[in-house]
Design a binder for this molecule. Structure first.
Ligand code: HEC
Length: 115
């Protein structure tokens, strides 16, 4: 009986670990559409970093709901506007709730030269 309780406790701790991991920010998911130095589905992150200037400035736009009118890449080049919906979906699923982490991860990737 005692052993069963221990097993249950260990199992639930293990599940908590998985749950934390699932909700954590994962920058690798951004790679599907972004690279540091070249445009893919979305703009090159070195250009994004240059447009925002700092992780704090990008985090502030994320925290403001990432409105299309606040997005600097779209303001700089209208060609991205038609794809805004694609990025809005990613924002809702991957970034919301992790705004500071996501902005820092983007600037770290640019500094490292890879996502
Ligand atoms: C399914 C493809 C896709 C994925 C995955 C994706 N993006 Fe994007 N992203 C785009 C597209 C398309 C644009 C251009 C439209 C726009 O700027 O809103 C973009 C633009 C951006 C911009 C610039 C917004 C602006 O206009 O100033 C940032 C910042 C950004 N993405 C961050 C991220 C981060 C961080 C992730 C990972 C959590 C991510 N993206 C994942 C497609 C994607």
């Amino acid at each position: 009986m005692k052993k069963a309780l221990i097993i249950a406790a260990v199992a639930s701790i293990g599940m908590m670990g998985v749950a934390t991991e699932a909700s954590a920010f994962n920058v690798k998911k951004c790679k599907a559409c972004h690279a540091v130095a070249k445009n893919k589905v979305g703009p090159a992150w070195k250009d994004v970093a240059a447009a925002y200037g700092s992780a704090d400035a990008l985090a502030a736009v994320f925290k403001g709901g990432f409105k299309v009118g606040d997005r600097k890449m779209i303001q700089a080049n209208g060609k991205w506007k038609g794809k805004a919906g694609l990025m809005t979906g990613q924002f809702k699923h991957l970034i919301k709730g992790h705004e500071d982490e996501a902005a820092k991860a983007l600037f770290d990737a640019v500094a490292a030269g890879k996502i």
